[in-house]
Design a binder for this molecule. Structure first.
Ligand code: ATP
Ligand code: MG
Length: 259
């Protein structure tokens, strides 16, 4: 059964979409069948996969609204992952689903019929703790939290962990926090190192802080513009290595889970 990861943090611009894309691409490189799900009306992941969101008439929103299988809405990406895309229509879902039956389980209904076509499903969530993020957590086995190495980084994480507890109690007892992934880390400053130190002392041992550190590099913005994963665009920068190492660990854990 395809394992589902949500990549989430309600803080904006911490590298959620970049992590989803590059982890996905690195898992494809290892031979995994990967489905990426864009659950952000900004459509950043869809754009990163070389698509024009507004030109798409069938998106994850269409499936969510009708509570049907996502299969007819899946498209392929140039790097070998599949994508369930999003565009600005998805912003309507948050309003439209408010009074709906089982509104927290809509994404589960969309993914249940297709998750077994994949080894892993990665959901890129939007920077909020609203209904779409709850839908993502309600269907996920794991939450992976990119955390930018900056002042007060841990504050947003606390709010997210409170939501995780609620989702565990109310909708999904399976949900686990895979770990916090330090991103946007500036090699040259002591500040970034002290933020990582603080993450360790605040959250461990309950929550793991990954040893893979995604260093800041201008190459990320360039690769986003080129709509190409960093692991291909700039293979040898340390940030690309971090995503590859993380992918290897997750790949290994999938192997263990399926025997
Ligand atoms: N390690 C990095 N070094 C430098 N720039 C980065 C790095 N990772 C991501 N970026 C850039 O930072 C910006 C924000 O990253 P990204 O879109 O992945 O964040 P996000 O958490 O998905 O944002 P949002 O909350 O708006 O969805 C993008 O322009 C991206 O190219
Ligand atoms: Mg994003």
């Amino acid at each position: 059964m395809g394992v589902i990861y949500t990549i989430g943090n309600q803080k904006g611009g911490v590298g959620k979409t970049t992590t989803t894309l590059n982890l996905g691409a690195a898992l494809v490189e290892l031979g995994c069948r990967v489905l990426l799900v864009d659950l952000d009306p900004q459509g950043g992941l869809t754009i990163s996969c070389g698509q024009e969101p507004d030109a798409l008439d069938k998106t994850v929103y269409t499936a969510l609204r009708r509570s049907v299988s996502g299969r007819p809405f899946v498209i392929s990406t140039p790097f070998g992952a599949d994508l369930l895309p999003a565009n600005v229509d998805l912003a309507l879902a948050e309003m439209e689903l408010v009074g709906a039956m089982a509104r927290e389980r809509r994404l589960a209904a969309v993914l249940a019929p297709i998750r077994d076509d994949y080894d892993i499903v990665l959901i890129d969530s939007q920077p909020s703790l609203g209904l779409l993020t709850i839908n993502a957590l309600a269907v996920s086995d794991y939450l992976l939290v990119p955390v930018a190495c900056e002042y007060l980084a841990h504050k947003a994480v606390r709010g997210l962990l409170r939501l995780v507890k609620k989702v565990q109690v109310n909708y999904n007892g399976q949900l686990k926090v895979a770990g916090l992934l330090p991103t946007m880390c500036d090699r040259r400053t002591l500040h970034a190192a002290s933020v990582i130190e603080e993450l360790h002392s605040t959250f461990e041992p309950e929550i793991r802080v990954y040893e893979y550190i995604v260093y800041r590099s201008i190459r990320f913005a360039e690769s986003a513009e080129a709509a190409e994963p960093i692991i291909y665009f700039a293979r040898n920068i340390p940030g690309a290595d971090a995503y590859r190492e993380l992918a290897k660990e997750i790949f290994w854990s999938l192997d263990q889970a399926t025997g």
